[in-house]
Write a protein of this length. Sequence first.
Length: 357
Amino acid sequence: MTPINHKLSAELQKVLINNTDFQALNNNSRQDLLVNCGLGKYCHKIILDKRLPDFIFSIFSQFIQINIDEKPALIIFLEHILILSDVNFDFSSQEQQLIKLFIEHLERNNRYNNLLTEGRNTPPPVQQPIKVDRGIIVNYDLEILMSKFRQEVRQEGAFAFAVKGEHRILEEYIIERIQRELKLLTGRPNVKLEIRLCPESISTSSIENKFLNKYNYQDFPELFNTECNPDVLLIIWNHNDSKKYMDLLALSAQSFWQSISPSLLPCLINKSRCFVIIWANVGKYLLSGFTVLKTPNNFQLEDLEPWFRGQLRMIEIEATQIEKYLKRLRSQCGDLTTTYLEMKDILQELGGSKRYG
């Protein structure tokens, strides 16, 4: 079990207990929260039907004892609510920093604890940092998704797509690749802009106003009011994955797209400019009414292994070490998220840095 700083833990539990959004959770929504974290099978260990302090305390006391792929479940839970801090849980910047600080504390202690339990008589050999191409993973596969994107996007015009999946896969892999592909298609630079939808307000005007207020524009055509403006890739994030909500969002999204497209086209056609929207849903549902970019269900290990082996050979990793890395990949059984994260960890270790990408 990962040791924890009890003073820091108590302070963070108090923040969650006093959070009005946590206070509003009932038994069902508490369970839904854990399911959405990927921790649904451990719900039986958590006190769901008692007071909020009991619910929070049971999460901290139980999830610190559960490791998923050598990562404490408590970290997974805290990372999830941190991602949702702009949507479902209203945390102040100071409270967000406290959550991040506690996650870092858990990660540091977990790494130390793992080293102690390995029981090695001699420390592993120190490997010098290697210059690693940050784009290795992003450039792998996704051919079906990219083929669809290339079919739809032209040198100029407005285009809209829908994609779904786990947040980190979408943000770090899928969308990063789309941005690179757009640059390859047009031969021009592009800029990525992002907004996150608020579940309480999903009207056409609220979507437009959220963007205009964030980036300080009067209207969408102002994006292209100078000769040097690059192509624009707008990511519209949605974290509410209920079917009822998605149906309502689809109506507002289509109305929003129909309202801004006519005003944008004069800024794009015969101007060699593109405006691309990606409706990115964090969850299992796709936003209807837009061209779908299908996220792969998993990695095909028979293709991934030789590709990854080749990448490691090109940076002169020893064959025995390569096989150890490939064994780690195989242990993830091709799961899209965990295999992706395992590759990131390997490249992070080779690069000698604490954070990759």
